[in-house]
Design a protein around this ligand. Structure first.
Ligand code: 1GP
Length: 256
């Protein structure tokens, strides 16, 4: 299928189909999270080029707040320096823009904040439909990581306790039954402790959707461990901001 999403730009598959195909073929994927607030023009250029050289599959773009920079400017800079698909990972509706290849249409199903379960989606839906951007219904689960994170604070929700694998599995199952297409287990950016392998295994055995895991991942060994536990795509942001040279090894773990 060839789908035209923007003038002069053609994608051969939707982003969701790429994720589903990778899962059915057993290919693991790696995404680099770019926070527009933590990057300037020069670091965006560097990250974009490095990501392409390192075999990163997707760029995720989003922020808990978005204080400094516009999201469009960020996407324009990334696009002028690499050809990787860009998926929005929005912290709020101000980060929804049509200049991306897809958007994770996140419902925070680990929480009980109605605004993040459905309220903000109602606000964003007409724009998303009109823009033609691919929306990927995603069940988003925040997992406790030993300390409050920006995501837990900004969402005003209680994360799932890090050792409550059954709750994570039942929540993911509910997401699948509600028709969501991806499950994202997130310990939050800069988390002290990443999501535990036992939780990923439990979720893996409970659902048949691609599973994304992120938050506090700092070593290739951890990436490999999470893939073995059942993650289909790993997302890393913070540790690459601190040590960009880590990207080659971290992304490389997806191909080993
Ligand atoms: C956060 O999963 C992402 O939402 C990535 O986390 O920045 O800690 O890598 P880090």
């Amino acid at each position: 299928m060839v789908r035209h999403v923007r003038p002069n730009f053609v994608i051969f598959e939707t982003m969701l189909r790429q994720l589903q195909a990778a899962r059915s073929e057993g290919r693991k994927l790696f995404a680099l999270l770019i926070d527009p607030d933590k990057n300037n023009e020069s670091s965006l250029k560097h990250s974009a080029q490095l990501a392409e050289q390192s075999g990163v599959n997707f760029l995720l773009v989003g922020s808990s707040l978005l204080i400094e920079k516009g999201i469009e400017r960020c996407l324009d800079h990334l696009r002028s320096h690499c050809k990787l698909p860009i998926i929005l990972f929005p912290g709020n509706t101000l980060q929804v823009t049509s200049n991306a290849d897809a958007i994770l249409f996140l419902s925070l199903i680990s929480g009980r904040n109605p605004e993040l379960l459905i309220g903000q989606h109602v606000i964003a839906a007409p724009f998303i439909r009109k823009s033609g951007i691919e929306a990927i219904p995603t069940g988003y689960l925040l997992i406790d990581s030993g300390a409050p994170t920006s995501a837990s604070y900004m969402s005003q929700t209680l994360p799932i306790p890090h050792d409550k694998d059954d709750i994570a599995a039942a929540t993911s199952m509910a997401g699948e039954l509600l028709g969501m297409k991806l499950i994202y287990l997130d310990a939050g950016s800069g988390a002290r402790i990443p999501v535990r392998s036992s939780m990923i295994q439990k979720v893996r055995s409970a659902i048949d959707l691609p599973i994304i895991v992120g938050g506090g991942i700092r070593t290739p060994e951890k990436v490999t461990e999470l893939f073995h536990a059942g993650a289909d795509m790993v997302v890393v942001g913070n540790s690459i901001e601190q040590s960009p040279e880590l990207l080659l090894d971290l992304a490389g773990a997806a191909r080993n």
